[in-house]
Write a protein that binds this ligand. Sequence first.
Ligand code: GRF
Length: 192
Amino acid sequence: MSHPLRLVVLVSGSGTNLQAVLDAASSGAPFEVVAVGADRDGTGGVDRAAAAGVPTFVCKVADFDSRADWDLALARLVGDHTPDVVVSAGFMKVLGAAVLEAVPVLNTHPALLPSFPGTHGVRDALRHGVRVTGCTCHWVDAGVDTGPIVDQRAVRVEPGDTVETLHERIKVQERTMLVEVLSALATDRSWR
Ligand code: GRF
């Protein structure tokens, strides 16, 4: 029996995806959140981690001379917790080589990739007029939302949807998808 999958979760915002992972972990899912990191102060995600007794760290680009220095520092902070997987759950920074070469990184994105990559996936899908959008869990590579797809969930666009209403329905699917993907990765480690 292998040890629970060790996760470092990176966040920039409210952290509802993180909360779903924390809740699943405390309900017996085969993974544990060993640390939560943020790229800015005052995130709901770090508050949620602290409330759950999970170690946290903040690593801000503005505190470093270069993006490469930030990436190295982030890789060190992440590495201190010896994760099996890093989960980018609403982390609004593109990760550099130091992190990506050290540990597999899984990202959750609020659109059906390869359509609508980038920061405004929900808005861009809505503006395009798609009738179905959704969310994608994928491994992170050097591109923006370009890595191998692990799982996806579809969400219908309803008449009168705004970016906010659509995003909220996508996030319901996203949280379930993320927990299911992590459970599957913890159970079958052939991806390593
Ligand atoms: C998610 O939809 C994620 O895909 C996107 O930002 C949202 C983060 O939500 N990049 P939360 O912070 O987990 O509530």
